[in-house]
Ligand binder design. Structure first.
Ligand code: ATP
Ligand code: MG
Length: 430
């Protein structure tokens, strides 16, 4: 029985009294995406397992240890998406969106699923906002998405985030880096974990983001990728830095960032906070020039990033960033008796047909209890309707903040009269 009222480990509910925080953050993200002409993409919560094996990479922690994979009744292997890029890249390809011309700019809000050890800032179901560009090779594209993420954090009032930047090169320069890494890690063969031992041959770069303490200690002394990147990749990286310098975005080059997903090439970046403990990376992204090709399409230089929304919320809370209060009810109409209740019901309907909000009693409260409720929900105005109000078709409109009362018609001009008083009060409160 207990199970019925317990959420699954590593999942979180967003309750009605908290959802305004999510909506506020999401609103800023949408605004920023629109300012950069990105359009929303929505893809299914599950995909064929093979899609993630191909794109995220089958030597990554995500694919090897963290995916929620199951067989359907038709025996297909299905995986709950661990991230948002693979699904949108698949959709872009499947629907030939590239026929509309490049660049394709898309943003998404997704829930993601990873079988990880739940802790602060690390969940099994979490949410990401992401921005993606397909078909843009220039360093200006890298700078554009970095600027967009930076701007979201600034608009939200987040302080002290560090932008860390690196280039992990292209498949050509990666070959010599892999060789250097292999030579280095072979010296520690007896100490590496089993997963990393198997990565040594196939993809030694993945050892760099192994979470096991021994592997990470060994990885700390490994050669860094920046020493191995080719001239083209170096020029691109210099270009990205130049663009960021031009608009005053501060970054530090961290040659140790390699990112946990295989599809990354060239630029990789993270926004890191120091104030929320070990899970300090609130945003991760970079280029994935080979991804579309890997999925069977034509060479399409692409890039993007994702922000972890739960981590961002933790960060905002830890910094005491004020999120504007949830909007409260504009008008509460209390009714005494059935006829008054019916009248109230019709009047709130009129208010609701505008952009304003209104409530009347739907639980059968006494008049006193209705007024108490109007107070509790922070209604901006209230009206009480009883027999005499019904008879005169007039009532007192009360400004709940100032206590001021004004007579208002309950007839045809009700909405217009209320609206005028409401708008006037908005000017006063500014
Ligand atoms: P980490 O190194 O912390 O595991 P990651 O490199 O796996 O992060 P990405 O795949 O780049 O993360 O995802 C982008 C963002 O999504 C992260 O920066 C983080 O904010 C968020 N995120 C990733 N995994 C989780 C999780 N399990 N719970 C909550 N947020 C997460
Ligand atoms: Mg991870």
């Amino acid at each position: 029985m207990d199970l019925i009222t317990k959420s699954v480990k590593g999942t979180q509910d967003v309750l009605p009294k908290e959802s305004y925080k999510w909506q506020f953050i999401e609103g800023i993200m949408r605004q920023e995406a629109q300012a950069h002409s990105f359009k929303e993409i929505r893809t299914p919560v599950f995909e064929h397992t093979e899609l993630f094996q191909r794109s995220v990479g089958d030597t990554t922690d995500v694919v090897q240890k963290e995916m929620y994979t199951f067989n359907t009744k038709g025996e297909d292997s299905i995986t709950l998406r661990p991230e948002g890029t693979a699904g949108s890249a698949r959709a872009i390809l499947e629907h030939g969106v590239y026929n509309d011309g490049y660049p394709i700019k898309a943003y998404y809000f997704t829930s993601c699923y990873r079988y990880e050890k739940p802790q602060k800032g690390r969940l099994r179901e979490f949410h990401q906002f992401g921005m993606e560009v397909y078909g843009a090779a220039s360093c200006f594209a890298d700078a554009e998405v970095i600027c967009a993420a930076d701007s979201i954090f600034k608009r939200l009032g987040v302080k002290g985030l560090r932008l860390e930047l690196n280039s992990i090169g292209c498949p050509t320069c990666r070959a010599s880096y892999h060789k250097a890494l292999k030579t280095y890690f072979e010296g520690y063969k007896d100490k590496l974990c089993d997963t990393c031992l198997s990565r040594l041959e196939k993809n030694p770069m993945r050892i760099l983001d192994c979470k096991s303490p021994i592997c990470s200690e060994i990885a700390a002394g490994a050669p860094t990728v920046l020493e191995y990147i080719c001239d083209d990749c170096r020029d691109h990286f210099e270009g990205v830095k130049k663009c960021l310098d031009a608009v005053g975005i501060v970054y530090t080059v961290n040659p140790k960032i390699v990112r946990g997903l295989d599809y990354y090439t060239r630029t990789v970046f993270e926004f890191v906070a120091t104030s929320i403990g070990a899970q300090g990376t609130v945003c991760g992204g970079g280029r994935y020039d080979g991804l579309i090709e890997e999925l069977g399409g034509q060479h399409t230089p692409s890039l993007g990033y994702a922000i972890g929304i739960e981590r961002l919320l933790l960060l905002l809370e830890s910094q005491g960033v004020k999120i504007p209060d949830a909007p409260t009810c504009d008008l509460y109409i209390a009714g005494l008796g059935e006829a008054a209740q019916l009248k109230s019901f019709g009047l709130v309907k009129q208010i609701r047909a505008s952009t304003l909000s209104a409530e009347c009693d739907i639980v059968g409260r006494s008049l006193k209890a209705q007024m108490k409720y109007a107070d509790k929900i922070g209604a901006k105005f209230s009206i009480v309707i009883g027999d005499s109000e019904l008879e005169s078709d007039k009532a007192q409109l009360k400004n709940m903040r100032t206590g001021e009362k004004i007579e208002i018609s309950l007839g045809d001009s009700f909405f217009n009269e209320f609206y005028n008083v409401y708008i006037a009060s908005q000017f006063v409160s500014q």
